[in-house]
Design a protein around this ligand. Structure first.
Ligand code: ATP
Length: 537
């Protein structure tokens, strides 16, 4: 599937729009249109239902080491700045960027890709920013221009076998780099750290006193409420806390549609358990989360679970696996992260209690109190847990399955997109685009059509529409030929179309058409709601 086709469908049919489009857009920000908002909400609802609300600790084991409880939270986006100091984000949450002195453009150091090209003694590392399938063509075009050659002279150039990212080019060789938007080499600055948190100011205080940050993840709201949850509910370890909400990261190069945005939504669980059991829970959550995507329609080779290498682990993690999807905008064989499942040990609770960071990374200077003793950088609150059965006291270990609602939405859209053929009203095969979305997440569950706009058919169709609408999102359409109406619904993933025709007037039945199999069958009007309900369940 070509990504441009999906992007254009998303705009044309109202899944997603560029934010502030009439003013030229704002890079890295996306709005969800009337269909997109339904799709994304269905995904978030499915997650909330399956992970939290619908989870039944009395019955549900699902391969878990024991039963467990789940509760929810909804925390604020702005939090006390100390939260980000203790979480490590203030000091460690940065990417490296490079600036082009000529074009004034900024790039993420590890995202600039290119290839070595030489001509005789001369060499250049040509970088490009384009779709994977056009990379070689683009490198050739830029290299010819750089050396002042014509197309017919391409034989004079020698190309390296592979593309590589700029951060893999040794520092001494970076003088040979031709930046993505430059015409001469060596225009990029050295890589510099760039904190990804958006800063703002709270209240009327000017200056640093009122400084605060938009949260870059929802997780921290859960940690700082750990005691509140324990004290206000009767949850016992093991238990999980779920939260869905907006997060913000000032990404240097937002790109690939909504994949890397500056404002996005996360669906996160912090699962608190006894340290001795944490390896088992880590395994459980990896499997459980992978299974969730599979059940909703991401299956096969495009979905995979990848365990992080030791040197990839975050500063807090003793084990992380990513659930990844082979998005069509990535080069062949590459995968993009949908969700990370991290074993965070007791890092977060301990840090919010004591305020220690991993000394390997960047130790915080310890401040001393008036008695010359180290001052707590954390809250100073006891965030340990006492097991009232065994009397054991410990700081729980945490397993964190952290998913992105926007990346999941994009993956489901990519996976669903198909082109095939379906017969029109005269039985002639016509090409169609069909979104094979799982009915649970499809924006509309059904569409209702009167075959023609007369003979009482619209009235019957509207009654059916009204009855279905009490249960779920449905669409009513009486415009254009019925074949065209079917195709419009196929394109947005509506699993069932219900048509009222002349036979309906006589025997009170309608046809139901299946989006994927194209099968049609008749159902009594009184049974339509039950029929659709049964099929989408
Ligand atoms: P990446 O390496 O792609 O930047 P990450 O490892 O920083 O992602 P996490 O901090 O683990 O991501 O965040 C958890 C999830 O939040 C990700 O798996 C992803 O689904 C989502 N997410 C993170 N950053 C973005 C973003 N800029 N745009 C959209 N979703 C995001």
């Amino acid at each position: 599937m070509q990504m441009e086709k999906l992007v254009s469908l998303c705009k044309r049919r109202g899944f997603m729009f560029q934010s502030s489009e009439i003013y030229g857009g704002l890079n890295g920000f996306w709005d969800y249109g009337p269909l997109g908002v339904e799709l994304k909400r269905n995904i978030k609802d499915a997650w909330w239902h399956d992970m939290c609300k619908g989870h039944n600790e009395l019955l549900q084991l699902n391969g878990a080491p024991s039963t467990y409880e789940m509760v929810g939270l909804d925390c604020t986006i702005l939090m006390h700045p100390q939260v980000w100091k203790c979480s490590g984000h203030y000091d460690l949450f940065h990417d490296f960027m490079v600036d082009c002195r000529v074009s004034k453009k900024r790039y993420r150091f590890d995202q600039v890709r290119g290839k070595w090209v030489s001509r005789g003694e001369q060499k250049v590392f040509v970088t490009i920013m384009c779709e994977p399938e056009n990379e070689q063509e683009e490198v050739t075009r830029r290299a010819l221009k750089f050396f002042g050659l014509r197309n017919k002279d391409v034989g004079q150039l020698v190309f390296a076998d592979v593309f590589q990212s700029l951060d893999k080019v040794p520092a001494a060789d970076r003088v040979f780099v031709l930046a993505p938007d430059a015409n001469e080499a060596n225009t990029l600055t050295d890589p510099r750290e760039f904190n990804l948190m958006f800063k703002t100011y709270v209240g009327a205080l000017s200056g640093e006193e009122g400084a605060a940050f938009l949260r870059p993840e929802t997780a921290q709201g859960i940690f700082v409420n750990f005691k509140n949850v324990l004290d206000s509910t009767r949850v016992r370890i093991p238990f999980g806390v779920a939260q869905v909400g907006k997060s913000f990261r000032n990404e240097i190069t937002p790109r690939n549609f909504t994949f890397r945005s500056r404002e996005f939504e996360q669906m996160e669980i912090e699962f608190f358990c006894n340290p001795a059991e944490s390896p088992m829970w880590y395994q459980y959550w990896r499997n459980r989360r992978l299974q969730w995507y599979t059940e909703l329609g991401l299956a096969g080779e495009r979905l995979r679970l990848r365990e992080h290498e030791q040197d990839e682990l975050s500063h807090y993690s003793c084990g992380t696996a990513d659930i990844e999807y082979a998005f069509p905008f990535l080069p062949e064989g590459e995968y993009g992260e949908l969700e990370g499942i991290a074993h965070r040990g007791d890092f977060d609770l301990r840090s919010h209690s004591e305020g220690k960071l991993d000394p390997k990374e960047r130790p915080l200077k310890l401040e001393l109190n008036e008695h010359g003793q180290p001052k707590h950088r954390g809250s100073g609150k006891d965030l340990s847990y006492r097991d009232d059965l065994t009397n054991e006291r410990f700081i729980p270990h945490v397993i964190e399955p952290s998913a992105g609602a926007d990346r999941a939405t994009l993956a489901f859209l990519c996976e669903a997109y198909h082109e095939d053929e379906a017969p029109d009203e005269d039985g002639k095969l016509q090409s169609r685009v069909v979104m094979r979305l799982n009915p649970r997440i499809a924006p509309y569950k059904a569409a209702v059509f009167p075959l023609v706009k007369k003979d009482g058919m619209p009235e019957i169709a509207k009654d059916i529409y009204g009855a279905l609408k009490q249960k779920f999102n449905v669409f009513y359409d009486e415009k254009a030929a019925v074949g065209r109406r079917y195709r419009r619904q196929d394109e947005i993933g509506t699993p069932y179309c219900i048509t009222v025709d002349s036979q309906s007037l006589q025997d009170k039945t309608v046809t139901v058409r299946d989006r994927d199999t194209l099968e049609q069958w008749r159902v009594k009007i009184d049974d339509v709601v039950g029929e659709i309900e049964g099929r989408i369940r």
